[in-house]
Write a protein that binds this ligand. Structure first.
Ligand code: ADP
Ligand code: MG
Length: 694
């Protein structure tokens, strides 16, 4: 197999389009993707037909409008191409209309009250900027999903809107810098995906893993990750075979899977593609997650995408490498000329200001139930938003703050537009792994998002807040008499105001939490608290101004997030109850009974034999059993009560602070019992089995 032969064979990509479409149609389609021009039905007809022929040649029988509902997964409803001819036969048909728009029954997707149940209709609309692809004999057409009234019900629409917003604002800025040629500024994204691999049969024996994605019980194994022998270690043969097939499948989808390695925790791995535009990258990351799980199953393995499958062991994140780019240059590369440097510094300051001013939103964008276990634990960035710049850039920012840009003395150390920035070594600028938002030479790496999350949300927030800061800058620059003078003043002011968000130290240190608090940086620890700020007036104003979300859409999204959080904890609670009641308690009872019987028979056989060890064990286990039983009853009551709470905000908070706590309290005696019960009696695979027996 040659990689070049299989790369992109399952994508209706640019080359295929060039080959298969009449020149005019191809050009018209390019205009749509490049300039956002509307699509005429006649063009769509031709494209649809070419797509269908291509797909059928490759064995496809169905097509689907593939979309990203607010579940964070992708959805597809397959329709076959067949069209009856009336004489008992069929032909294969696919019209432009079918390509452009679909009408899935949308009543079963989260909508946060945006769509009354009597109006179940939802629409999917072709997103021509992301290529169609073939999956499981089905032609998949990336689409946006909205309600009858046009409100977005998905994760793609707002992403496209936010890319448009930043494009608009960044172009204005470039024009002010005298750039009259750049037509478009795109957001680029390279997501590094972490995941765990466990044996499929062990996975299937654990209800918690296959129902909730994480272990709800499990004592720490004697060996964890303390030896650091896994990270970048040689890859086990079974895993290696899985990764090889994963790469091949991804390459066929045109996904530039580039890097793979073992991660810090045993059983943990990472894959990273080469970056693409945010829109395509987001679609592709969904495919990556989907493919990881499918390919793993083929190898009798299970891929865990959850942010924290194992307590006490590192969790999984998704590092979102984010930048802005024109056709010809990465705008976050420090330039070679003073002019480019000034532009770079302006964008840099805009980003710093954006992340500081909208820190709660940035935090929110990395929020889901799973990530709560990760953020702030001793492995991932804390829930405090800060920015790492590296030594060289930090120096420059310090100088701006000190006013050296505007000082008129002869000693002015630097002046915008005159300064030559040091060439920042790429990638090596940052080996500070503890920062949630780090500059890495030519991009920012946002490290907070969770491994199972769609990367759409973090990009929507970043794009929008940066668009906002750029717009504030351009507004002042547009009326400036002296461009350079004004720019210097703006940058100095912004740096002074937002300098507090810059932190180059150890983000894992306890001191940092205290220091951050002193500086007034928010530390939003839990998901419900983060979700609660979504519709703050400041955020509503921001999203409405840039036409990302209406107030309605925002409120709907908030409601969906609260509901999703509550549902997840509810499922976890019910699964904990089920496992404790039906697996753990019976196993322990069986084991103690065996011990008790053995004590009796030993005593009968040899009256003066010592049975202290067995007796102690029965005593300890019986105490723990009693404790677990009490906790179990408590969890049942608390979960039932919480389920009945009507207000979504109050309910999510109760799930976090009441039910979740009760689950933890039940887990404790259960994990203690696991340590005491014979392996043979323990009802499901342990951490040792899951993490080391692959
Ligand atoms: P590391 O582990 O050192 O952070 P990786 O090589 O694992 O680095 O991942 C880096 C990611 O950053 C890759 O997906 C890469 O394509 C992406 N990247 C590089 N340049 C850019 C850019 N300009 N915009 C967005 N992502 C980028
Ligand atoms: Mg990496």
């Amino acid at each position: 197999m040659k990689v070049t032969d299989i790369f992109g064979i399952n994508v209706f990509n640019d080359i295929t389009m060039k080959e298969r479409l009449p020149k005019d149609t191809y050009k018209a389609l390019k205009k749509i993707t490049d300039d956002g021009k509307p699509l005429s039905e006649s063009v769509a007809d031709v494209v649809a037909n070419a797509m269908k022929d291509w797909a059928i040649e490759k064995g496809a029988t169905h097509y689907t409008h593939w979309f990203h509902p607010m579940t964070g997964k992708t959805a597809e409803k397959h329709d076959s191409f067949i069209e009856p001819t009336g004489d008992g036969t069929v032909i294969m048909e696919f019209s432009g209309k079918q390509l452009i728009q679909g009408e899935p029954d949308a009543s079963s997707f989260p909508n946060g009250g945006l769509r009354a149940t009597f109006e179940a209709r939802g629409y999917t609309a072709w997103d021509a900027t992301s290529p169609a692809f073939l999956k499981d004999d089905t032609l998949c057409i990336p689409t946006a999903f909205c309600s009858y009234t046009g409100e977005s019900l998905d994760k793609k629409t707002p992403l496209l809107r936010s890319m448009e917003a930043i494009n608009k604002e960044a172009l204005k800025l470039l024009r002010l810098f005298g750039d009259n040629t750049t037509k478009k500024v795109t957001t680029t994204l390279g997501p590094e995906q972490e995941y765990f691999i466990v044996d499929k049969h062990m996975y299937q024996k654990r209800k918690d893993l296959f129902l909730t994605g994480r272990t709800l019980f499990g004592a720490m194994p004697p060996k964890g990750q303390e030896l650091d022998d896994h990270y970048f270690g040689s890859i086990k043969e079974r895993i290696s075979a899985f990764m090889k097939e994963l790469d091949e499948e991804l390459w066929k989808f045109g996904i530039t899977s580039k890097t793979k390695h073992n991660e810090v925790a045993p059983g943990q791995h990472e894959m990273a593609p080469i970056f693409a535009t945010a829109n395509i990258s987001t679609d592709q990351n969904q495919l990556v997650m989907d493919t990881c799980q499918k390919v793993a199953m083929r190898h009798d393995l299970a891929c865990l995408l959850h942010e924290k499958p194992f307590a006490g062991v590192n969790g999984s994140g998704k590092h979102n490498n984010w930048s802005l780019s024109t056709d010809t240059m990465n705008l976050l590369s420090p330039g070679k000329t003073p002019h480019e440097n000034a532009q770079f510094l302006t964008l840099l300051v805009a980003i710093i200001a954006a992340v500081d001013e909208y820190a709660p939103l940035v935090r929110l964008s990395a929020t889901n139930a799973g990530n709560d276990h990760r953020l702030g634990a001793n492995e991932a960035p804390p829930a405090i938003i800060s920015i790492f710049l590296g030594e060289q850039l930090n120096d420059i920012i310090e100088q701006i703050k000190a006013g050296s840009l505007t000082s008129s003395t002869k000693e002015r150390t630097m002046k915008l537009g005159v300064t030559t920035l040091p060439v920042l070594p790429k990638d090596v600028t940052d080996r500070n792994r503890t920062s949630p938002f780090a500059f890495t030479g030519n991009r920012f790496e946002f490290r907070m998002p969770g491994s199972a999350q769609s990367i759409s949300g973090p990009s929507i927030v970043l794009n929008t807040i940066v668009a906002e800061m750029i717009s504030r800058i351009t507004k002042e620059l547009e009326v400036a008499e002296d461009f350079e003078e004004t720019l210097s003043t703006i940058l100095e002011r912004m740096v002074k105001e937002h300098y507090k968000v810059i932190f180059n130290g150890d983000g894992y240190a306890d001191d940092w939490v205290k220091e951050a608090e002193k500086k007034g940086l928010p530390n939003i620890k839990t998901a419900p608290e983060a979700i609660a700020i979504y519709n703050d007036p400041k955020n509503v104003a921001l999203f409405e101004k840039h036409k990302i979300f209406t107030k309605n859409e925002l409120e709907a999204r908030q409601e969906i997030m609260f509901e999703e959080y509550s549902k997840i904890i509810n499922i976890e609670a019910l699964t904990s109850i089920d496992m404790a009641q039906k697996e753990i308690l019976p196993a322990v009872i069986e084991y103690i009974t065996l011990l008790a019987d053995s004590i009796n028979s030993i005593k009968a056989a040899v009256p003066d034999a010592t049975v202290t060890p067995q007796t102690e064990l029965v005593k300890n286990l019986s105490d723990l059993l009693a404790e677990a039983t009490t906790r179990l009853a408590d969890l049942k009551i608390k979960n039932t009560d919480t389920l009945a709470i009507k207000d979504v905000n109050a309910q999510a908070h109760a799930y976090k602070f009441v039910v979740f706590e009760a689950m933890e309290a039940l887990r404790k005696p259960c994990d203690e019992m696991e340590k005491l019960v014979s392996d043979e009696f323990w009802p499901f695979p342990t951490y040792i089995d899951l993490l080391f027996r692959v």
